[in-house]
Design a protein around this ligand. Structure first.
Ligand SMILES: Cc1cc2nc3c(=O)[nH]c(=O)nc-3n(C[C@H](O)[C@H](O)[C@H](O)COP(=O)(O)OP(=O)(O)OC[C@H]3O[C@@H](n4cnc5c(N)ncnc54)[C@H](O)[C@@H]3O)c2cc1C
Length: 427
């Protein structure tokens, strides 16, 4: 019998060989191919984890496609590792990158308002437009409106949610810094699905790390809209070890779901009331507004054909990353990067009139509980037999009782992962 560890190792090796083989085959093909006189125009919206990976890969195929890239930001601030900025483990500079414009692509710094899929046109906020032959969308997430009575994500008096790379972490830290001894904080954690499932709990850890180093007493209460969360046992253990009883979690069934906020008082579904010194609401999420505004979807999430990532019902428009319903895959930068590799390969196959390959995927989510203590969950995926859903093949979590050396090793692995993936996209 193959152990879980061995089957993971075997899968990872096969995956690496698979990526390498598929790309080498494509490169070999391209090398021996004459440049197309009329190349299809491929436009990518979004230079984050999904879009940024597609740009890097597709820019190597300039012989056969004409690549254009649009992002509303010229500088990208990543959500991965942003909790570590809050925890004072790293500086914002570490998570801020310039879009790499030295690639075989044309770059535009513009906000896209909507897409007309019938005319194959993209419209910008200044009313100008751009055509495309193939469009790739990776614009991240959007937020649900009217989810908590009395709460609005636009309310500048509230702590910014810092869930979309909008560069307001320093404002968040200023609010933390204003807190005094014996302060009470509330974090409202959203219902599934949302971007990066372990991130609300990592954020609680990093806020605790910040306040502990400031040497003040504090209590963080996590009010949850769910009855459990990923890596829960490890987080709970780590909280106790690093922060005593300073972090408490209340599940939905115990009254954790926040129902309304009025005059600084938070009321939950069960009628519990709290008046925190700092209220941090992580909003419920949906696909980016761009999808609804462009009438590409009518539901909360974008449904795709997982073989090539084409949006169901919309020819030649592909979507990946947090906005799509990717079956069992969580919404993470790692997932978006893995999806981008498959999407790019199969788009090249389509342009070359070659057969699609059957995609396989991987995801690892690292979380930090304090400086030098990290832990992870890894899962691997393939398509189901009908090839219409991404399904999990298994997962592996860090040991609950791992010693400090193991946690330190995982924190180094997490930094290596982050440095490699950002170098791949923006280096
Ligand atoms: C606190 C936190 C911690 C996280 N930690 C991790 C982690 O450790 N590991 C991990 O794998 N994932 C992590 N994630 C999740 C990760 O950030 C996302 O899953 C990932 O960024 C998704 O990639 P994407 O391409 O879908 O979106 P993004 O990376 O957000 O990219 C979207 C891009 O589109 C651009 N854009 C959006 N709309 C428009 C428009 N209308 N016009 C022009 N441009 C537009 C944006 O400017 C942005 O650059 C974390 C998330 C959070 C919130």
């Amino acid at each position: 019998m193959v152990s879980n560890k061995n089957s993971k190792r075997l899968f990872l090796k096969n995956l690496k060989d698979f990526y390498l083989f598929s790309f080498l085959t494509q490169f070999f093909f391209i090398k021996n191919l004459k440049a197309k006189s009329v190349k299809p125009k491929v436009v990518i919206i979004g230079s984050g984890f999904g879009g940024g990976t597609c740009v890097k890969l597709l820019s190597k195929f300039s012989k056969i496609l004409d690549l254009h890239v649009i992002d509303k930001y010229e500088q990208i601030q990543t959500c991965p590792f942003s909790n570590l900025v809050i925890g004072n483990l790293i500086d914002t500079k570490y998570i801020t990158f310039n879009v790499n414009k030295n690639l075989e692509a044309k770059f535009y710094n513009s906000l896209v308002k909507y897409i007309n899929s019938e005319k194959k046109l993209i419209y910008f906020s200044d009313s100008s437009s751009m055509n495309y032959d193939f469009l790739i969308l990776s614009p991240g997430i959007g937020f649900k409106k009217n989810q908590i009575d009395g709460y609005s994500i636009e309310d500048k008096n509230l702590v910014p949610h810092c869930w979309a790379g909008d560069k307001n972490i320093l404002e968040f830290k200023k609010r933390l810094n204003d807190l005094e001894d014996s302060c009470n904080l509330i974090i409202s954690s959203p219902d599934y699905p949302y971007r990066c499932p372990p991130a609300p709990y990592e954020r609680a850890s990093m806020i605790a790390n910040y306040l502990k180093n400031k040497k003040i007493n504090f209590k963080i209460l996590i009010l949850d809209s769910k009855n459990s969360f990923t890596k829960k046992k490890i987080f709970m253990n780590e909280w106790k070890k690093n922060y005593g009883n300073s972090i408490e979690w209340i599940s939905k069934k115990d009254g954790g779901k926040v129902e309304n906020v009025k005059n600084g008082v938070v009321t939950t579904e069960n009628g519990l009331k709290f008046s925190p010194d700092l209220l941090h609401i992580i909003p419920n999420q949906k696909a980016s507004d761009l999808f609804n505004d462009s009438r590409l979807i009518t539901d909360d999430w974008c449904s795709i054909n997982p073989v090539n990532f084409e949006i169901n019902g919309h020819e030649d428009i592909y979507a990946l990353g947090d906005s799509v319903d990717a079956g069992d895959m969580p919404k993470s930068g790692f997932s978006a990067n893995s999806q981008a590799k498959m999407l790019s390969m199969n788009l090249v196959n389509k342009i070359l009139d070659k057969e699609y390959i059957d995609p396989v995927f991987l995801n690892t989510c690292y979380s930090f509980s304090s400086k030098e203590r990290a832990f992870s969950i890894t899962a691997w995926y393939k398509l189901n037999n009908q090839k219409n859903r991404i399904v999990s093949l298994g997962s592996k979590e860090s040991d609950l009782e791992a010693n400090s050396l193991v946690r330190l090793r995982e924190s180094k692995e997490a930094f290596d992962w982050y440095e490699n993936i950002t170098k791949m996209m923006y280096g």
